[in-house]
Design a binder for this molecule. Structure first.
Ligand code: SF4
Ligand code: SF4
Length: 460
């Protein structure tokens, strides 16, 4: 195959800087999505989105059905609903560790005995993504109704940031949305959940994108896929070919192409200002998994109860792309993949570039958990950290043009003001700087710590 063109589409050039880490996607890229056996217990965090935690509306000993509301979005600004992902009995609210290291109150639900769950009438994946999406249903969906359905279903960005999607799609006369950019890049090494979704359920992705377009009033949809996913691009082309104003774009494979500040220049040759948003350019960006969830919410009344998680790495026995009820513990998901091998060393929520090390495997899968990577001893970089040699590679590689070493140094020595002057808050935590650093300085750890300190000082 000629990688400069795919199916007659030119592969767009990439953005400035960035890196090309080994992909490590071959373990799971050709494995069809499986569904995890329903766990005995799920623990639904009330905070698994950007903004404020949802307010618990479930009582201990209350019996709930799958998809029933257990947390209502906070009235105090940005927030999202959360729902029971299995039918069962609510237990006392508890605190849980989150995959990103934070903590949240959560609603545990213990499964009803098998056979009592009258909701389980169809395989979950088919119910959420499969079958036919009727044109007549799409045609009659009205923008405000779509936004309400998306909000009711608790849909948030599934690419990582977990920003409430209905808020992202709301447009105003002052800031109209011209273009809906659907992100199918999945540039993080090891992860293949979005790739499988696009290949197996392209109609759900296309339908959700069209509904999102209606909701926000965009003139056109551009769906971007990296050129290491030719099967996904082919499936999406076939599913969207008949719709005017719907374009599939193939972009070069480069990390972090999936970041909106990298994807927009690659696709449109326009830069998002450092202190601005894609909306300032009339662009709204959603992930392909978010698009599929929108289709399920609007046309089938499905709340956001499940997500596809890639479970991978040399430390897990049977890597899989697994459809998982939200709130399932990491431990249970890993056991669903045969458990770990003897030289498994580290568990990451996500992939190795942007992932968080998870030390407590009771942490539940949240709406933003796209992958669980279990690294083996051989996959861990065991080189010792040394002093900065001022080589400048971190500066040369940062896709946002920041000075990572200056930010990290300022955080290390407690000078938050200096870190802010160097645009601490703008860092997207892509990890390119740490990946390139020959001294193995954990630059992103310093930057994350600085952001936590900043948030704490702002709330005091
Ligand atoms: S400073 Fe932030 S944005 Fe720049 S390379 Fe490092 S992690 Fe990525
Ligand atoms: S890449 Fe590492 S060693 Fe080089 S300047 Fe940056 S922090 Fe220092």
């Amino acid at each position: 195959m000629n990688w400069r063109t795919i199916f007659g589409l030119n592969v767009l050039p990439d953005f400035a800087r960035g890196v090309h880490p080994p992909e490590h996607k071959s373990r799971t890229r050709d494995l069809p999505i499986e569904t995890l056996t329903e766990p005995e217990v799920v623990t639904i965090p009330l905070l698994q989105h950007a903004g404020a935690a949802a307010e618990c509306v479930a009582q201990p000993r209350q019996q709930v059905t799958a998809g029933e509301l257990v947390g209502r979005r906070s009235a105090s600004g940005i927030s999202a609903n959360v729902h029971a992902s299995i039918a069962g009995v609510v237990q006392a609210v508890t605190a849980v560790p989150l995959p990103n290291g934070r903590r949240s109150l959560a609603v545990p639900i213990r499964r009803l005995a098998p056979g009592e769950d009258s909701n389980a009438v169809a395989p979950v994946a088919d119910r959420l993504f499969g079958g036919v999406w009727a044109e007549s249903d799409i045609a009659v969906a009205r923008p405000l109704d779509i936004l309400h359905a998306v909000a009711d279903a608790g849909i948030v960005g599934m690419g990582g940031a977990a920003f409430p999607t209905d808020l992202k799609l709301r447009t105003t006369p002052e800031r109209p949305i011209e273009t809906l950019l659907v992100n199918g890049c999945e540039c993080e090494p090891f992860l293949t959940a979005d790739d499988r979704l696009m290949r197996e359920y392209p109609a759900a992705v296309v339908t959700g994108a069209r509904l999102a377009q209606k909701a926000c009033g965009a003139r056109q949809i551009v769906l971007a896929v990296e050129n290491n996913k030719p099967e996904a691009a082919a499936a999406l082309l076939a599913a969207s070919g008949q719709f005017a104003g719907f374009r599939i774009t193939v972009v070069s494979t480069k990390y972090p192409m999936g970041g909106e500040r990298q994807l927009i220049p690659a696709v449109f040759r326009r830069e998002v200002p450092t202190s601005g948003l894609p909306l300032d350019l009339g662009i709204a960006v959603i992930n392909v998994a978010t698009a599929a969830a929108i289709a399920g919410a609007v046309l089938r009344g499905q709340a956001m109860t499940h997500r596809i998680v890639t479970v991978t790495g040399g430390g897990v026995r049977s890597p899989k792309n697994l459809l998982v009820p939200i709130g399932t513990s990491f431990q249970t998901v890993i056991e669903g993949c045969g458990g770990v091998v003897t030289d498994a060393r580290r568990v990451l929520a996500g992939g190795p570039m942007m992932g968080f090390t998870v030390t407590d495997l009771t942490a539940p899968v949240t709406k933003g958990t796209g992958g669980i990577t279990v690294l083996s001893a051989a996959e861990i970089d065991s080189a010792e950290q040394t002093a900065c040699i001022r080589c400048g590679r971190c500066l040369d590689t940062c896709p946002l043009g920041l000075a990572p070493t200056r930010i990290a140094h300022a955080v290390k020595f407690g000078d938050l003001a200096l870190a802010q002057q160097n645009h601490l808050a703008a860092c997207c935590e892509c990890g390119c700087c740490a990946y390139e650093c020959p001294a193995r300085i954990p630059l992103v750890q310093y930057i994350r710590a600085g952001k936590v300190e900043l948030a704490q000082s702002a709330s005091e």
